[in-house]
Design a protein around this ligand. Structure first.
Ligand code: C2E
Ligand code: CA
Ligand code: CA
Length: 775
């Protein structure tokens, strides 16, 4: 599933990207927030510190005012001057209460201390004494003092009347309430610690649990007056007073507290990241689909093209690059389709005549056959051949030949209105005709021939053409398209041989044809495998019975096909050209056989049959000469038989070779004489020495007066030309006697012997000669 893969990858990539970006931005935001928060907290702390200082200042001013008022009060001065302790004490209490001071004191000139709180007096110490001394010297003093572990803001003035009669002072204790109040005021955590050389001590403050302890340990490492952060706190420690640095106020902002404002922001960031991821996913999905859909489409088109479908229209919606590509693909698909259509048309049509060519024979034939059943008609296949086309092409020109083909094609096509015409190749056309019966088709055939009675007009020339037509019908002659075509072709060939312009296929022809094909395929193998041999039939001189000749006759015993008569296969291999193979083999075998006979002191000649084709091959005489020489067989022992029709067909071409053969010293014989139509004058020109009268004239010689006439005149004619006469097919004593009477020289036939294998033939000869001697 490549589509899914791609989608998945894209999705993963985009979502991943969003997650990474979100994470980075989250942390960046947090960092910025933290920085901002710390910064805020710092200024908050500094502001708190300032406020704290002012509060302390205000306290001092308040104390100072109150003490000043007290020291200028006449009643109080009086009480001090008179050492009226009771009045002093009540004044101290009243005045302190008015400013909410925690303590008020008076020290008389003789050093007696009267305090609003009696316990306080007991605990005064050096610090207090220092403050006292300072007030004594300057008239007033302020400081933070520690008494019994408690811190006090303390102000002291001299009491004058007008000489100094005592010292009056008032102090605020730095208490838990104070830090609580300060917290309310500043919004900060406030703690008071005492700094001593031994370390810090927590006095009081707003911290809870063990936070005071933690603070104390932290402070040891910090510098006063600077912001520091530990645990959850951003902190600032400041001395509570300039004079006494022992008291330190610590102002703090809990980080979580400060960040609390931003915590919802965190949440928002998270939700935002989630939303973005989701959006990215959807976008990726959309994008991927918009990418993959055209790609999938393209793949589909490509597959269709590969599969050979070009026509299916595909709709492309997107108008981006992929859409363009898809459109290009579709255009290509169309173009390929059209071109293939064109190529297909060209490949299936003949450019010269525009007719469908042989590629379409079977499709069309098949279609006609399947239609025929429904239509209750037969399919007639006509193979039409221009009889003299080769001649036209050779003698006129190829252009004219082409014009003739075009013209003929058009003419026939016009004639066969309801039929299909195809060009089979070269000068052959094929017509598929649907018709109810043979008569209809015969009329068509006649019509075609009639049409071509008028010569064609080509380049101002009149050219006569004639058609050969072979016809076979489905289902009468064949049950399939290929058989029908083969049989129509066979009919054409048979028509050519018979010189009939129209020839209908007849049953059995195809089988014969197939057997010929089979023989032709088998022949060479059989020859090499020794399945072909030469038999020998004796030829007897009627005047001198001891003068023997023989004829070598080929025998083919095929392991499957059985005995195959030479009458059947000789013309097969003649038409296939394999005859020269057979001839050379026969010549060689016969000459070897002659050598054997000579070795056995048997002096007889041997006739070997030649075919017309052999005489067209130039090196036959050379081959024969060489053969005779190599086997040391005298040339006069070898006779070559050539059928009359063969010589006459190619007389001029053969003549040269015949002369050369005769000059070698061997005898040439005309075979099957009487079946051809050779004239006396022709016969005279040939370098032959023997005539063999065809057995058709001999077999019934005793009963046929006609045959007797022919045979007798042939013998006479032959003799006048100086030829020796042989009669073949001599089966009876009566015929032999007749032949003797007619003056025939030699007889050959079953009367003496059938053709025999070499061994048997030698035995036959030996016995024959022996019997002759006995007589
Ligand atoms: P052919 O040359 O006319 O051979 C004579 C044929 O007559 C032989 O038939 C032979 O068997 C047959 N014959 C001989 N005496 C009698 C008889 O008393 N009565 C009858 N009814 N027939 C007789 P075969 O052997 O079947 O040969 C047929 C033809 O095949 C031959 O006719 C010849 O034309 C051809 N042939 C045979 N062998 C060869 C060959 O080696 N080369 C070529 N080119 N043709 C051959
Ligand atoms: Ca012969
Ligand atoms: Ca013959």
């Amino acid at each position: 599933m490549p589509k899914f893969n791609y989608l998945f990858k894209l999705l993963a990539f985009l979502i991943g990207l969003v997650i990474v970006l979100e994470t980075v931005s989250y942390f960046a935001t947090r960092l910025i927030i933290n920085k901002a928060v710390t910064h805020n907290a710092r200024s908050e702390l500094l502001a708190g510190g300032e406020l704290f200082t002012r509060v302390m200042q205000k306290n001092v001013e308040q104390l100072a005012l109150s003490v000043k008022v007290l020291t200028e009060d006449f009643g109080f001065k009086d009480a001090v001057a008179t050492s009226d302790e009771k009045t002093i004490a009540s004044a101290l209490v009243n005045h302190s209460a008015r400013v909410k001071a925690d303590i008020g004191v008076l020290i008389s000139r003789d050093g007696k201390l009267i305090a609003s709180d009696e316990t306080f007096a007991v605990q005064v110490n050096e610090e207090f004494a220092a403050l006292q001394a300072q007030a004594q010297a300057r008239g007033q003093a302020y400081d933070i003092i520690f008494i019994d572990g408690r811190a006090y803001q303390f102000v002291m003035f001299t009491v004058k009347a007008p000489v100094v009669i005592g010292l009056a002072g008032m102090g605020f204790e730095i208490k838990q309430e104070f830090s609580a109040e300060l917290r309310k005021l500043t919004g900060l955590e406030v703690s008071f610690v005492r700094q001593q050389s031994a370390g810090f001590t927590y006095l009081n403050g707003t911290l809870l649990d063990d936070q005071p302890n933690l603070l104390v340990t932290q402070l040891a490492q910090q510098t006063l007056g600077e912001v520091f952060i530990y645990d959850d706190f951003i902190s600032l420690a400041v001395p509570a007073a300039r004079q006494n640095q022992q008291l330190v106020a610590v102002l703090q902002v809990p980080l979580s507290h400060a960040l609390a404002h931003f915590s919802h922001l965190n949440w928002q960031l998270f939700v935002l990241a989630l939303v973005f991821s989701l959006l990215a996913g959807i976008a990726a999905l959309f994008l991927a689909r918009s990418v993959t859909r055209p790609v999938t489409l393209l793949a589909t088109i490509a597959r269709r093209i590969a599969g050979g479908f070009y026509a299916t229209p595909i709709v492309v919606k997107s108008n981006d690059e992929l859409g363009d590509l898809a459109a290009a693909f579709i255009t290509m698909q169309k173009a390929i389709g059209e071109r293939e259509q064109q190529v297909l048309y060209q490949s299936e049509h003949d450019p010269l005549t525009g007719l469908p060519n042989r590629l379409l024979i079977f499709p069309h034939l098949q279609a006609a056959i399947s239609r025929s059943g429904v239509l209750r008609q037969s399919v007639f296949l006509l193979v039409i051949d221009i009889k003299n086309f080769g001649q036209i092409n050779d003698e006129l020109s190829q252009e004219i030949g082409d014009a003739v083909l075009r013209e003929v094609g058009q003419k026939i096509d016009r004639l066969l209105t309801h039929s299909e015409l195809l060009r089979l190749g070269s000068d052959e056309f094929l017509a598929i005709v649907m018709a109810p019966d043979k008569t209809t088709v015969q009329e068509i055939l006649d019509f075609i021939h009639a049409t071509f009675k008028t010569p064609l007009q080509i380049n101002g020339m009149q050219i006569s053409v004639e058609m050969n037509i072979g016809v076979a019908a489905y289902p009468a002659d064949a049950d399939s398209a290929d058989v029908l075509l083969r049989r129509a072709n066979l009919a054409l060939n048979e028509g050519r041989v018979r010189e009939e312009r129209s020839c209908w296929y007849e049953s059995g022809w195809d089988e014969k044809h197939l057997r010929r094909l089979h023989l032709f395929r088998e022949f060479e193998h059989s020859l090499n495998a020794g399945q072909i041999s030469l038999y020998y039939q004796p030829k007897i001189n009627l005047d001198q019975p001891e003068k023997l000749g023989s004829e070598a006759l080929v025998r083919w015993h095929h392991p499957e096909l059985g005995f195959i008569s030479p009458d059947e296969f000789i013309n097969v291999i003649e038409s296939s050209g394999q005859i020269t193979l057979l001839t050379r083999w026969a010549l060689k075998t016969a000459v070897l056989h002659l050598r054997r006979l000579l070795d056995a002191q048997i002096h007889i000649s041997c006739s070997v049959n030649l075919s017309a084709l052999d005489l067209l091959v130039d090196d036959l005489p050379a081959y024969v000469a060489e053969l005779l020489q190599s086997q040391r067989v005298p040339a006069e022992h070898l006779v070559l038989e050539i059928t009359e029709s063969a010589i006459m067909r190619e007389a001029d071409k053969c003549l040269d070779n015949l002369r050369r053969l005769r000059d070698l010293g061997l005898t040439l014989s005309i075979d099957d004489f009487g079946t051809g139509y050779s004239s006396l004058s022709q016969l005279k020109k040939l370098p032959v020495a023997e005539l063999k009268i065809d057995k058709s004239f001999i077999l019934n010689l005793d009963s046929s007066a006609d045959d007797q006439l022919i045979v007798r005149s042939t013998i006479d004619l032959g003799h006048t030309l100086g030829l020796s006469i042989t009669a073949e097919g001599v089966e009876s004593e009566a015929i032999k006697t007749l032949l003797s009477q007619f003056g025939c020289d030699t007889a050959q036939g079953y009367l003496y012997s059938k053709p025999l294998p070499a061994e048997e033939f030698i035995r036959w000869v030996t016995r024959y000669l022996a019997e002759l001697q006995h007589e």
